[in-house]
Structure formats: C-alpha cells, structure tokens
Design a protein around this ligand. Structure first.
Ligand code: FES
Length: 272
C-alpha cells in the first residue's frame, strides 16, 4: 500500500486536496426550492399509492381496472370480465393483490436514473443541489451495498415492458361500456389513453432502453434500424424527467378515477 489509495475518508467535500471554501455554498438563488418540491411530490405519491395498494378495494369499475391492480395475480381479485386476471399465486395469498404487481413498476422507478437523482437530492441531500456541498463526511457513490444494487435497473426495464403491455390491454378494454359491449368510450377511456401514452413514453425514454437499442455499436451506418430506434429513444430520453413526473401523476389519477367510480362518487360520462 502506498498510502495514497482513495479511501472513504478521502472522499468527502471537506477532505484534504479539496479547495478549502468555508462557506457551504456560494449560490444566491433559491436552490433549495427544487429538492424541496421534489421531496414533497414524491412523498405525496408514496402516501397515496401506499394507501391504495393496501386498500384491497374499489379497484374495479366495469370496464375499468386500476393500473395499481393489473394484472391481478391472486385468486382474491374481484372478477374482472375479460381483464388480465391470472391467479398465478393461488388462494394462499390473502393480502392485497396490488402488492404482487406493484413491486415491478416500483423497482423500475426506484432504480431509474432520474428518480435516483431526485431522491438523493430531495431526501438524502447527497448533494442537495449543484454546487452545494453535501453534509456527509464521506462519499462512496453507488459502489457499495446497498446502492450498488441500482445496477439492476436494466432488468427492471425488461420487466416494465410486459407491465406496460398489460396496461395497454386494459386501455383496449376501456373501449367497452359497463355491460361489456365493445365500441364505446367515456371520460374514463380518455383518462386511460392519456395514461398509457405517458407510461410508454416514460418507459421508452429510459436510459437503459436507449442503450439496449443503440449501445455498443461501432458503426451506426451498418445498423440503420438500430440507429433509427436509438434516435427516437434519444428524443424521448431528453424529456425523461418530464415524462417521469407526467406518468407518475397520470397513473395516480387513473387509479383515483377508478376509485371514484367504484365508490359511486359519480358515473363515467359516456361519449358514445
Ligand atoms: Fe429512468 Fe430507466 S433511466 S426509467
């Protein structure tokens, strides 16, 4: 050992070799606004989705099924005509069926590059904002357990694809009426359509998606199809943060819409 290897002690912003600036930061703008708003928005979603996931009720109002409960993988799901209701987990599962499926979109978002930045800043102040020193004495990035597990994001991307496929199927089912006749649409159909467009846009704007379709190529000219896909993924990827929030809000509103219908708060306005 030479004594000069990087160690945890030498990685904090106050460590030897870093510029000694006494002030915590030199920013004069309201830099704390973005992390504070991010933390508030994420907390609101976590509170709402936790309540709905454990509720185990009011998630189906024909022909709409809440995206929090689809596909339904346990026998204790309410009967959903034509819906993705596969009792893979049998009757021994007694908890809310939402808990079986939410782990996939949750894992996808929790390990997402954008959300990582959002909650590292919003909740851990690591760092709280650009050019604002973090309060922690040491920094090991994502090189150790548990944060090294963030590398599984690519696999959550693969798992998010079939989930988005099922939600697309649910959106097709929304073109029925309450007696399951096809060729109808209501306000709920629009809510489901907007949600599925945003879910797909967010999923396909994923950094892993961009790498899967266009990464590790030496010559784009020899792979015109993958180059084209990579270009499209890049266009979406530039809006990844926007799509992350838009799809998060839309999926919650979609669930809320089904909840309000299922509790009889109002009837779905029908267009045809
Ligand atoms: Fe955000 Fe993959 S980087 S979903």
């Amino acid at each position: 050992a030479t004594g000069t290897e990087p160690s945890e002690r030498s990685t904090g912003v106050r460590s030897p070799g870093r510029a000694s600036v006494a002030a915590r930061h030199l920013r004069t703008d309201r830099w704390w606004l973005a992390p504070a708003a991010t933390a508030a928005g994420l907390l609101a979603f976590v509170a709402y989705s936790t309540w709905r996931a454990f509720a185990n009720a009011h998630y189906y109002a024909a022909p709409y099924v809440s995206p929090f409960y689809s596909p339904c993988l346990a026998e204790n799901c309410v009967p959903m005509r034509g819906g993705p209701n596969w009792a893979l987990f049998g009757s021994w599962w007694g908890l809310s069926p939402a808990l079986l499926i939410l782990v996939f979109p949750l894992g996808f978002r929790l390990t997402c590059y954008y959300y990582r930045k959002a909650y590292y800043r919003g909740f851990w102040a690591s760092p709280p904002a650009c050019a604002v020193a973090e309060p922690h004495r040491a920094y090991s990035g994502e090189t150790r357990f548990p944060l090294i597990l963030q590398n599984v994001h690519r696999y959550f991307f693969y798992l998010a694809l079939p989930v988005a496929g099922v939600l697309t199927y649910d959106t097709a089912l929304a073109f029925r009426d309450a007696s399951y006749a096809w060729g109808h649409a209501g306000l709920g159909t629009v809510v489901f359509l907007v949600n599925i467009v945003l879910i797909w846009a967010y999923t396909l704007s994923c950094h892993s998606c961009r790498h899967v379709v266009g990464g590790r190529l030496r010559h784009f000219s020899k792979h015109p199809v993958r180059y084209r896909l990579w270009t499209w993924a890049g266009h979406l990827n530039r809006r990844h943060m926007l799509l992350a929030w838009a799809s998060l809000i839309s999926v919650a509103l979609c669930d809320l819409y089904v909840y309000l219908l299922a509790t009889g708060a109002f009837d779905d306005p029908r267009f045809f």
